[in-house]
Ligand binder design. Structure first.
Ligand code: G7M
Length: 306
């Protein structure tokens, strides 16, 4: 097979279904070809409907195999088959795929852990320090050696300032899926765990200025913006995610996201909320932190659930 020029998948056999994401209508397959031992990762995603009324109308008029599944009052539930014009797939190939690729795409098993301050100091913090997570990319942005032309706004104040720029996941153009990150200038703030009342001016500055800039540059109303932190983050230098409310990017789920408004409010009510509180987080079994929590005897990972 030549990755530059695939016209047929004849002779392809599935070795393993690596992952399925019904929410994205996507399936991840590991397969091989006849007489060839190399592995192929094939990711197939059903394409979204075109935003073109004529094309949609034409496709809908040609729906076939319309079968009633259920009807109740004014609600009818049917299944049908799309004509070719609306039945597109996006296919991504990784070939030849190594064991590392297979691992990357294989569905992960996640666990929810309640991290008390004691466990933060005993397990999480040593893990962060030992793992030496590289945050060079963050420093490169803060000192303008990388992505300088992408900066949308910067407040250079060393205590309350931040850089606002497109997240790596955003194409930088499509406002309906707008995704920015606000990276604080202040060093030493690893995550929301580090926050206390000294940081309220920083948090309020991120919230206020980001909303102001989004209104000015993208005409997005302040009430249509969500600003939040991840816990655990992937990078331990404080940064907030700034996204358009009508768009649901990955990582806005309850077990991962902490809205900046709630963080500000919690600190105002209980100044040491983030250093004394228990914070839940999700970890994959494949992650070293999972093994460290398991070895520590944390009750959430014990087999005996009461
Ligand atoms: O989960 P966590 O809060 O740590 O999220 C970090 C965010 O940083 C993710 O949404 C990434 O897409 C984003 N990101 C990661 N890197 C390495 C870069 C980068 O080099 N540039 C930009 N602009 N965003 C990044």
């Amino acid at each position: 097979m030549n990755i530059d020029n695939i016209s047929s998948l004849k002779g392809f056999t599935i070795v393993e279904v690596l992952n399925e994401q019904p929410e994205n209508k996507t399936i991840f397959l590991h397969g091989k070809f006849d007489n060839n031992d190399e592995s192929l990762v094939l990711i197939i995603e059903r394409l979204h409907f075109p935003n073109d009324v004529k094309c949609l109308e034409d496709g809908i008029r040609r729906l076939t195999s319309i079968v009633k599944k259920e009807a109740n009052d004014i609600y009818g539930f049917y299944e049908a088959t799309l004509p070719e014009s609306l039945n597109g797939l996006k296919a991504t190939f990784v070939y030849p795929a190594t064991e590392k690729h297979l691992q990357k795409y294989r569905k992960k098993k996640y666990h929810l852990i309640l991290e008390s301050p004691e466990y933060y100091h005993k397990v999480t913090l040593p893990h962060i320090e030992e793992s030496k997570f590289s945050i060079q990319w963050v420093y490169n942005i803060l000192n303008h050696t990388k992505e300088a032309d992408r900066i949308i706004f910067e407040d250079p104040n060393p205590d309350t300032g931040f850089v606002l720029l497109p997240d790596a996941k955003w194409d930088g153009k499509t406002v309906s899926s707008l995704y920015l990150i606000a990276i604080v200038h202040k060093k030493g703030l690893k995550s929301i765990r580090s926050l206390n009342p000294d940081h309220l001016p920083l948090l309020e500055n991120i919230r206020g200025k980001s909303k102001e800039i989004l209104k000015k540059k993208f005409n997005i109303t302040p009430s249509q913006i969500r600003i939040y932190f991840h816990y655990q983050p992937s990078y331990y230098h404080l940064h907030a995610h700034v996204t358009f409310l009508q768009y649901s990017p990955p990582g806005i789920n309850t077990e991962k996201s902490h809205m900046i408004d709630t963080v500000i409010n919690n600190i105002k009510l209980i100044p040491d909320y983030y250093s004394k509180g228990t914070l839940p987080f999700v970890v994959a079994e494949e992650d070293q932190l999972f093994q460290k929590y398991k070895d520590s005897g944390h009750p959430d990972l014990s087999e005996n659930v009461n």
